[in-house]
Design a binder for this molecule. Structure first.
Ligand code: UDP
Length: 427
């Protein structure tokens, strides 16, 4: 079974069956049987039932009665239905308890949350009667409230229709049924699932709602088995999309990090005036027949701002190293004193400096092109999520986020280039 603890919401009206008032016994027994089918396989079931088949608070106002007074009458109506359902459950062999939000000791326990949970754990079906106990609420609100209080996994709203449609299917033949929908999309499309108080309570507490046709025998069990019966309202899709987007952002940042790293290593190769061992980082030495990086055969150090020293680990390598440095075409002519090579770094001419700045800037542009390409890839990935249910709002937010990340990396490129330029131009 997909859910362990459920809250089943039944409307009072549905109890009427084909009648125009009161309770239809056949319908009542069918409901009891459907509940037994899931009870027998160990699902913990709590139930809230409405009172619309007997009395609704709004009717009171129509008759000139006080609304509050009428609402209490409506809550009492739910108690009549709850008692009828309890009797049907008991005769189907289901152990049950009725708890009322308005005290009436002779017929029901008062509502006590901990006790309700204990009943469920002991395998008793719990019916919550008298709504929330407060006027100006509905039994949908009572259902959401109780479901949250007892930590139910889902609210199952049994109705006469088989789910939520894009429009009223009785009026619009092109109306399509949703298999699943997010809370936000229900709001945005003005769809009616429950009254707003009830619906918002579920959304804010991340409690999924399944709207399904309870008047078709066997449907309740199908819902529990996870079959596509009715419409699921949940934040699942939103959560899934948030995860997907996070992955896109991470990948985007990762690619940009690589571009920055590459830029940094390219900038190191552009030598500024000051002597630094990295100036020789590209030099390859013929070490007994195999080309080997200079740093693996010698210590390269700065003696002062204008001088580098190269101390081979094997003295016999001096000549090979000398050749390699000359061959690298760096404009350096090392002096061999028999122990170490000494390289005087010639000061750069103004023109040379300007050339190097140009080169650094070109590297910066190259990095920016990389970032722009990664940005396009990320944007394309976001767009492709639309088919998987990414909402327009989320898409817009994701595009903004990608732009922010882009701006951050572009700024870092600019900073690197500025620093390099200052470095090159400082004599
Ligand atoms: N009611 C109320 N507070 C509650 C729940 C219900 O005042 O917490 C009253 C309200 O007047 C409502 C009536 O009880 O019209 C019957 O409940 P509802 O309309 O929700 O029943 P349903 O439409 O599900 O049959």
């Amino acid at each position: 079974m997909k859910y362990k603890r459920v809250l089943l919401k039944l409307s009072g009206e549905s109890l009427m069956g084909k009648k125009s008032f009161g309770i239809d016994n056949q319908r009542l027994n069918d409901y009891a049987q459907q509940i037994k089918d899931i009870y027998d396989v160990g699902v913990e079931v709590a139930i809230v039932i409405g009172g619309g088949n007997i009395f609704r608070g709004v009717q009171a106002e129509e008759g000139g009665m006080d609304r509050t007074h009428g609402d209490y009458m409506g809550m009492l109506a739910t108690m009549i239905n709850s008692m009828a359902l309890q009797a049907a459950l008991e005769s189907a062999g289901i152990d049950s308890r009725l708890q009322s939000a308005i005290e009436m000791k002779e017929i029901a326990e008062p509502f006590v949350r901990r006790r309700a949970v204990r009943h469920l754990e002991k395998g008793r079906v719990v019916i919550f009667g008298a709504g929330t106990g407060n006027p100006y609420f509905t039994t949908d609100s009572a259902a959401c409230l109780r479901a949250i209080e007892i930590n139910a996994d889902v609210i199952l709203k049994g109705t006469r229709v088989d789910g939520i449609y894009t429009a009223d299917p009785e009026k619009d033949p092109s109306a399509k049924k949703f298999d699943s929908i997010t809370f936000d999309d229900v709001y945005k499309n003005g769809l009616k699932v429950m009254d707003m108080t009830a619906f918002t309570l579920c959304k804010e507490n991340d409690l999924p709602i399944i709207v399904f046709d309870m008047d078709t025998s066997g449907n309740l069990k199908k819902v529990l088995l996870g079959e596509t019966v009715g419409t699921v309202v949940s934040n699942e899709k939103v959560k899934e999309m948030i995860e997907e987007l996070k992955m896109i952002y991470d990948e985007f940042k990762g690619s940009n990090d690589k571009s920055l790293k590459h830029l940094e290593s390219e900038l190191l190769k552009i030598r500024a005036g000051k002597a630094s061992p990295s100036m020789l980082s590209g030099v390859m030495v013929d070490y007994y027949g195999s080309p080997t990086p200079l740093q693996q055969v010698a210590n390269v150090n700065t003696m002062d701002a204008r001088t580098l020293t190269v101390q081979p680990w094997e003295k016999s390598m001096l000549e090979e190293i000398m050749k390699a440095i000359l061959h690298a075409n760096l404009g350096f002519t090392p002096q061999d004193n028999g122990e170490v090579l000494i390289i005087n770094i010639p000061p750069l001419t103004e023109e040379r400096r300007r050339d190097l700045v140009k080169k650094a800037k070109a590297e910066g542009e190259h990095a920016k092109v990389g970032i722009r390409n990664h940005r396009k890839d990320a944007m394309d990935m976001v767009k492709s999520l639309k088919d998987e249910g990414l909402s327009e709002d989320m898409q817009k937010d994701a595009e903004d986020e990608i732009q922010n990340i882009t701006n951050g990396f572009t700024k870092k490129v600019d900073e690197l280039i500025d620093t390099k330029e200052k470095d090159i131009m400082t004599i």
